[in-house]
Write a protein that binds this ligand. Structure first.
Ligand code: PDD
Length: 290
């Protein structure tokens, strides 16, 4: 039997139900996080909690628990569900109130839900790389908030799925922003470029880990906008996310990136990223590069 957390209580997963007037259900009025678990331990938990609080604050939701209390609850949930390798999904909504676009005026308690899912590392794709396609970024202008409103992202991801691609790379007026559920990096003549973390993209936790390991290893990364043309002429490209880690991109719109194989810089970053996972969560059974 699996368990979930609903408003601070550990309950049977099948008993975790939302009210039809939960504002998350009706309006997407809430924010969420996806946290990776390796060896039963949460990776970059503090960074995820900080982003969670920030996203919530941006839409005027005050979390009903402290970060410390949430960490304890999530650790208990992982233990109870005997999760070794997977994710924790957590979301908070503005709560349950009679349907009305403006926020409820009386003290409505935000609804917090968390559950776990077993997810293995995508080792095969991490070795071979993935195909991608390009699509216009039609989303709103606060993509820095990890909002439950994901329609723009879903439409983009569906286009990718229908084209047999792993990810849709979005652009605004030819400038690459991010993937439908990932950040995008390109490499040209050894130098790495990725979109700055502003209101047009989500400040990925994986992106930030990559920036940190680059800094400690004296690898230069520029947070600067780049165009579809830059992407097309890149030597290497990769995407990053909690579940996809450092994922090589070998094709964009049917055209090969570089020589169509994961490149040396991407492979080096995969190695450094795995080292960071092991530093935080202990030894990995399988590695990408063997
Ligand atoms: N998605 N950009 C978008 C739009 C995302 O949805 C995500 C993550 C990222 C990468 O962020 P991070 O490195 O913190 O995972 C960038 C998660 C995994 C999801 O929605 O499932």
């Amino acid at each position: 039997m699996k368990f979930a957390i609903l408003n601070g209580e550990m309950i049977k997963r099948s008993d975790a139900k939302v009210d039809v007037e939960d504002r998350g259900y009706q309006f997407g009025d809430g924010v969420y996080e996806v946290i990776r678990v390796y060896n039963g331990k949460m990776f970059t938990i503090n960074e995820h909690l900080e982003r969670f609080v920030k996203s919530a604050e941006s839409i005027c939701i005050t979390l009903p628990y402290t970060k410390k209390k949430i960490t304890t609850l999530l650790e208990e949930l992982i233990l109870k569900n005997n999760l070794q390798e997977g994710i924790v999904y957590m979301q908070v909504t503005r709560g349950v109130a009679p349907r009305n676009h403006s926020f409820p005026t009386d003290n409505v308690l935000p609804s917090l839900v968390a559950y776990t899912k077993e997810v293995t590392r995508p080792l095969a794709s991490l070795k071979t790389g993935v195909k991608t396609m390009v699509t216009e970024d039609i989303r709103w202008l606060r993509c820095d908030i990890k909002s439950l409103n994901l329609l723009g992202n879903l439409l983009a991801k569906q286009k990718a799925a229908e084209s047999g691609c792993f990810e849709a790379i979005q652009h605004r007026s030819q400038e690459v922003t991010e993937g439908s559920s990932s950040n995008i990096f390109i490499i040209k003549d050894g130098s790495i470029t990725t979109h700055p973390s502003n209101h047009l993209i989500l400040k990925g936790i994986t992106k930030d880990v990559i920036l940190q390991v680059c800094e400690s290893n004296k690898i230069v990364v520029e947070e600067q906008t780049f165009t579809l043309e830059d992407l097309a002429s890149a030597d290497e490209a990769f995407l990053s996310s909690t579940t996809a880690e450092v994922m090589p991109i070998i094709e964009v719109d049917g055209k090969r990136v570089g020589d169509g194989l994961p490149g040396p810089v991407t492979k080096r970053l995969q190695e450094l990223f795995e080292q960071e996972i092991e530093r935080q969560c202990g030894a990995l059974k399988d590695k990408i590069l063997k």
